[in-house]
Write a protein that binds this ligand. Structure first.
Ligand SMILES: [Mg+2]
Length: 295
């Protein structure tokens, strides 16, 4: 759906991972923009709800977030109950949602398509987990161990390579658990090293997903179990992204509108890249809830 932008507000997290001249780039790219625009700096996550409330009062129809997936998630949690659309100015190291939706990762190019004649509005699913929204995925097990082992300082310095180093650490820790998975009322039991409940299964590279048929617009969550395999194979798979070859039967996969997962023994969990304290998953999809500007 093509619908013009009337008033865009860029919300900047200056602590996002990249070192680049953000404000200068926005001024250079938006100086002849066919819409009104301005900038707000977010000093920390706590000020996001106030920034969004102010944006509503000011008649803003697009919030363009400069930051990583964490900043985007915080903004999304505040705009979902409004008519405001989301634009992404990728500034993090993962940028999973931008990669999922084909949004340019270069700041200049991400601004340019917004100024073009026909930016499209894509309605995408979001997930709900323990009463909070999530955008990409929840994981128990291996990927959560990787997230927990990732050093944030190094992540800012060397980006995706920091995940590679964390993977080595996580390999020593990961254990097999038995998952009891209830999908739309049907129960399954399966052992594995990791269980994902995913809206997006992008692994951090453009167009590379855990599952090729994964979609953020199909009104379903993907439930994916990585079965018990040798650590060497897992290590190799992680780096080569052979997960894409899900046709080889490596991964167990279900579609779900609602899903519960309990692991025995309990595993480390993350939600949208943040380690969380929960030990079980109770999640559902909320179809086409978020409206994002895409090329
Ligand atoms: Mg889906």
């Amino acid at each position: 759906m093509s619908e013009g932008i009337k008033h865009l507000r860029a919300v900047i997290n200056p602590m996002a991972g990249r070192r680049e001249p953000i404000v200068q780039t926005l001024f250079a790219q938006f100086k002849d923009a066919p819409f009104q625009w301005d900038i707000k700096i977010s000093r920390d996550a706590a000020d996001i709800p106030d920034i969004i409330q102010q944006a509503q009062n000011d008649g803003v129809d697009v919030i363009a977030v400069y930051g990583g997936d964490g900043t985007i998630l915080r903004v999304v949690r505040s705009i979902l109950e409004t008519d405001i659309r989301l634009a992404i100015l990728p500034g993090g190291s993962g940028n999973i949602l931008a990669k999922t939706l084909g949004i340019p990762l270069n700041l200049k190019k991400a601004c340019q398509f917004l100024c073009g004649e026909h930016p499209q509005t894509q309605s995408v699913d979001v997930g709900e987990f323990n009463g909070e929204y999530f955008l990409t995925r929840i994981c128990m097990g291996f990927e959560a161990e990787v997230v927990e082992a990732t050093d944030r300082v190094w992540q800012n310095r060397i980006g995706m390579l920091a995940y590679g180093l964390a993977t080595l650490k996580a390999l020593r820790k990961v254990r097999v658990s038995e998952y009891v998975i209830t999908i739309d009322g049907l129960e399954y039991r399966i052992k594995g090293l990791a269980c994902f409940v995913a809206n997006s299964s992008n692994v951090g590279l453009p167009s590379v997903n855990l599952l090729s048929q994964s979609s953020v617009t199909d009104s379903k969550l993907d439930v994916i179990v990585v079965p018990r395999i040798t650590r060497f194979f897992y290590f190799k798979a992680w780096f080569r992204h052979v997960f894409q070859s899900d046709k080889n039967g490596l991964l167990k996969h279900w579609f779900a509108e609602s899903v519960k997962v309990q692991a025995t023994p309990e595993q480390t969990m993350h939600c949208d890249g943040e380690v969380c304290k929960s030990t079980s998953i109770d999640a559902r999809v909320i179809p086409q809830k978020l409206h994002v500007l895409v090329p």
